[in-house]
Design a binder for this molecule. Structure first.
Ligand SMILES: Nc1ncnc2c1ncn2[C@@H]1O[C@H](COP(=O)(O)OP(=O)(O)O)[C@@H](O)[C@H]1O
Ligand SMILES: N[C@@H](CCC(=O)OP(=O)(O)O)C(=O)O
Length: 398
């Protein structure tokens, strides 16, 4: 776990990010939304929603998205179940009941301020496909442009493992990328990221600032989620990493009624994860989040260095092995022979062709494939994002 000072002029207090933000994503976990009796925690959420709208109305062209968990926790008592369900059909049934209750609450509380609450239910498939991602983006823009508050949750009723994002922390990071948010706030039942699970270790200390979210040792100390939570602190750290790679800072803080005011006033609270100075843009943002890779391309040390450190495209001469079956245009993982992930990218050749040309020089390729092309890059650098582990080397010099 690292607590390094940030050497650059990037703001290291959440207040500056919040003040300057135009787009904000706030995620509330199940324990924030639902009490032990299966009721909405209106005492907490009413003021929280109200301060969110105060922030939106505090400057022109601001918009906020709420990512809200709680459908299952609200739904199972209403469905007459004795305890939180453990089977998928029961969880899905509970979510179907609870999601309606959740939206009824948000419509009422946001409606008091004249703001429509817009239910947006997403699965990983909606963000995996570039065309669907763009549709979702346009819908969000339309909602924000008209002053609605999108209330996002995973589409639990239909989501099975293959199409699940899996937890709402990651979903919130994906939504932050989708709307090009300036700040992601993950609210939970804990002050922020600690050096150890504070429920188990009383000596655990709060980490106020994470300057390098890509640091692989970060998260080594995280324990299990709380009784209502799904992903726990691990998924929050992962979400913060995703956001950081995409140039978005993340604050993890305790969900208090006045938490946004406290952040805005500059009071130190929570853990702030700084964005990577090499924040991705456009297609690369999407690519970094593309959850399913169609195959793996093993590349040699020279190619890994060219791609990761010199910002070059991947050429056939650097390809050592091709794993899996995929078509041209698929997303593949690039790894070294030792298995270290270099990045992911959109490949210009199908697996079968790539096997024929691996290790060969560009001038040999027309003869091998029996056709000519204007470019022979296997993965063009514009279609490539580096793995978090390879980012810091470039960040230092940036
Ligand atoms: N290193 C850590 N720092 C902070 N919290 C941790 C850590 N390890 C485990 N936790 C636990 O993670 C819980 C928050 O995650 P979770 O229960 O999933 O919340 P939510 O429902 O808000 O998403 C906290 O209650 C805390 O006990
Ligand atoms: N989609 C689920 C929540 C999933 C989830 O990630 O929950 P949490 O860890 O409490 O944010 C629901 O609405 O019940």
């Amino acid at each position: 776990m690292t607590e390094r000072a940030m050497p650059s002029p990037v703001p290291v207090d959440a207040a500056a990010w919040l003040r300057g933000a135009r787009r904000l994503v706030v995620k509330v976990g199940s324990s924030t939304v639902v009490d032990g009796r299966g009721q909405v925690r209106a005492d907490l959420l009413d003021p929280l929603c109200s301060s969110l709208l105060d922030w939106v109305e505090g400057a022109p062209r601001r918009g906020a998205v709420l990512v809200s968990s709680g459908a299952i926790a609200l739904g199972w008592p209403r469905l007459g179940l004795k305890r939180r369900p453990s089977t998928l059909p029961d969880k899905q049934a509970a979510a179907a009941v609870g999601q309606g209750l959740l939206m009824a609450y948000y419509e009422q509380v946001l409606g008091r301020r004249g703001r429509p609450a817009a239910q947006v239910l997403l699965t990983a498939d909606d963000l995996r496909d570039r065309a669907r991602f763009n549709h979702a983006h346009r819908t969000m823009e339309a909602l924000l442009g008209r002053g609605a508050v999108p209330v996002v949750n995973e589409n639990d009723t239909v989501a099975v493992d293959e199409i699940k994002v899996g937890d709402n922390d990651r979903l919130a990071a994906m939504v932050a990328v989708l709307i090009q948010a300036d700040l992601l706030i993950l609210l939970s039942d804990v002050e922020g990221l600690f050096t150890a699970d504070p429920r188990r270790d009383p000596s655990a200390r709060l980490i106020p600032l994470v300057a390098h979210p890509g640091d692989p040792t970060l998260g080594a100390s995280v324990g299990q989620p709380g009784p209502m939570g799904t992903g726990g602190m691990r998924s929050k750290v992962e979400a913060a990493r995703m956001a950081s790679v995409n140039g978005i800072p993340t604050l993890i803080a305790r969900a208090a009624p006045d938490v946004l005011e406290r952040v805005a006033s500059g009071e130190p609270c929570g853990t702030l994860f700084l964005p990577s100075p090499l924040g991705l843009r456009g297609k690369k943002r999407w690519l970094a989040f593309y959850p399913a890779e169609a195959g793996t391309v093993v590349i040699d040390a020279g190619a890994a260095q060219a791609v990761a450190q010199r910002g070059r495209s991947l050429l056939a001469s650097g390809v050592v092995e091709v794993v899996g079956e995929f078509r041209a245009g698929s997303v593949v993982r690039l790894v070294t022979p030792a298995g270290q992930e270099v990045g992911r990218g959109i490949v210009s050749f199908g697996a079968e062709e790539l096997r024929r040309i691996k290790g060969r020089r560009s001038h040999e390729l027309p003869g091998l494939l029996g056709r000519v092309r204007t470019s022979w890059e296997v993965v063009h650098r514009d279609n490539l994002v580096l793995a978090a582990a390879t980012e810091p080397a470039r960040e230092e010099g940036a």
